[in-house]
Design a protein around this ligand. Structure first.
Ligand code: SF4
Length: 486
């Protein structure tokens, strides 16, 4: 099913809920032969922030018949999709899991992952985080050679390529590598074959992927917080351009034939600014520390006299603390967030007196009354949410509201798995900072300087495409975002 990304529903939803991460992946292989489904379940719980629309688990017995995979997936949160009996029925010592976000129209059960693919060499299960920029062409080519697709996600293009390459390669990891040479864009993959667990990260390292170990089990997952949750120790990150193969005989076998020179890597800086959980580490950098650092940079570059620094929950909080530490202005809590606003939340109509922002967020009057407040948020997309939050602070008695943003202004769309929309819909497009300040009703406004971003990631090479249009890979000439679900 094809869809257009910029319909009204999606616009409104995105504005109200901020940017969306696309997916989280989790894979495990227990060399002692224990069932892994419940561990995948808890791993997905820890990755729920990366996708709330659908999820799934697929497991297999490495000593059982090749190709016998048990899977369950559905629409909703992990605790909505899985009942205890699902997990009890899922027998297998190797498994993969996935949580997914998609924009509204094409959010269907068929598109939930992991994808399970039966082919002549057995069965593959695949979980993908990211977005390919050449999926449309690859899919078109495959369809003209007889392929029939079950889903509308680009991840199926990857699965097909792996299956095809496997017919001409000695090992499944060679097939994964060859498929990865054909696909372009952002991908962190976990692939389960009958006897192997494989992880692969694109050469730019857009999306995170790491390896953990618990007793005799190995894990490959999006974020280290999932390792902590299941009591596994962190082993290392999967490197940009690396394919790792995990087996009882070989342990972790690395293939770096797809790696680029370090300086060409381009991690998505939004993982640090917003997407990842603050208790995760990505490529050796603490997400929490990077947000604190962003706040410190803002205080250095964009200082203002005030009585209180507050963060817009959740990702604004650490940056607000950093601002406070650097400036000496007290840090406080100004917002109470309703954590129960889930996927099925019925959005108030524009005519109604309830507002989505107010349902989700309320201001602590006692904290801000009569105070000059610095409010830190992670980004401004279209600006209407910022406008409402500033107004809420004023209504609660704040005498001044100074807004500081822990990222630079969005000026370009993203093609690599983040739904930064088209330029015309971005508040910063064709507007000065002063004009934006006026629109959101703040007393002053400051953004993080683009030159500071790399410092947030301890100097690692990063992608800055949505801020300056310098994409690490040439973007498609036509806007193909939205032609396939991510
Ligand atoms: S364009 Fe922006 S959102 Fe997209 S990968 Fe690059 S830094 Fe991340």
């Amino acid at each position: 099913m094809y869809r257009t990304m910029y319909d009204e529903t999606i616009d409104t939803r995105l504005e109200e809920t901020g940017l969306k991460e696309e997916c989280g992946v989790f894979g495990i292989y227990d060399f002692d032969g224990n069932d892994v489904a419940s561990t995948v379940y808890y791993g997905l719980f820890a990755l729920q922030h990366r996708g709330q629309e659908s999820c799934g688990i697929a497991v297999s017995e490495t000593n059982g018949p090749k190709g016998k995979v048990t899977s369950h997936k559905g629409m909703g949160l992990v605790n909505e999709v899985f009942e205890p009996e699902h997990l009890e029925q899922m027998k297998g010592d190797i498994g993969v899991g996935h949580v997914r976000y998609s924009t509204a129209g094409a959010s269907t059960r068929e598109n939930a992952q992991p994808l399970v693919l039966n082919y002549v060499k057995g069965t593959l299960a695949l979980a993908h985080n990211g977005n390919l920029i050449n999926a449309v062409k690859l899919r078109h080519d495959l369809e003209y050679t007889g392929a029939i697709f079950q889903t509308t996600i680009d991840s199926e293009v990857i699965a097909y390529h792996i299956a095809r390459e496997r017919l001409n390669t000695k090992t499944v990891e060679d097939a994964v590598n060859r498929a990865c040479q054909k696909i372009e864009g952002a991908y962190s993959l976990v692939v389960m074959s009958p006897r192997k667990l494989i992880g692969a990260r694109d050469p730019f390292g857009f999306k995170p992927l790491c390896i953990g170990k618990r007793e005799n089990s190995y894990i490959i997952t999006s974020e280290t917080c999932a390792l902590d949750t299941i009591g596994a120790e962190f082993v290392r990150d999967v490197l940009p351009g690396e394919t790792v193969t995990i087996t009882p005989d070989g342990g972790i076998v690395s293939d770096l034939s797809r790696a680029l020179p370090n300086e060409q890597e381009a991690r998505c800086i939004f993982e640090y600014i917003y997407f990842a959980r603050p208790d995760s580490h990505i490529d050796g950098v603490s997400v929490y520390a990077s947000r604190i650092q962003a706040g410190r940079f803002l205080a250095m570059d964009s200082s203002v006299e005030a009585d209180l620094v507050v963060g817009v929950p959740e990702s604004g909080n650490a940056a607000a603390l950093g601002y406070s530490l650097q400036s000496g202005i007290p840090y406080g809590t100004a917002f109470v967030k309703n954590g129960y606003v889930g996927r099925t939340f019925i959005k108030p109509k524009q005519s109604s007196r309830e507002s989505s922002v107010k349902v989700k967020l309320n201001v602590l009057k006692e904290a801000v009354d009569g105070k000059r407040v610095i409010m830190i948020d992670d980004s401004i997309v279209r600006g209407t949410t910022s406008d409402r939050i500033v107004r809420m602070l004023r209504e609660a008695g704040a005498s001044q509201v100074h807004v500081r943003i822990s990222s630079p202004p969005f000026l370009w769309p993203c093609y690599f798995g983040t739904d930064v929309p088209a330029r015309e819909q971005l508040i910063a497009y064709n507007r000065s900072v002063e004009e934006i300040r006026e629109l959101i009703g703040a007393d002053s406004l400051g953004y993080l300087d683009i030159g500071r971003l790399r410092g947030m990631a301890n100097g690692l090479p990063i992608c800055t495409g949505c801020f300056n249009g310098n994409y690490p890979i040439a973007p498609p000439t036509e806007d193909i975002r939205g032609q396939y679900e991510k």
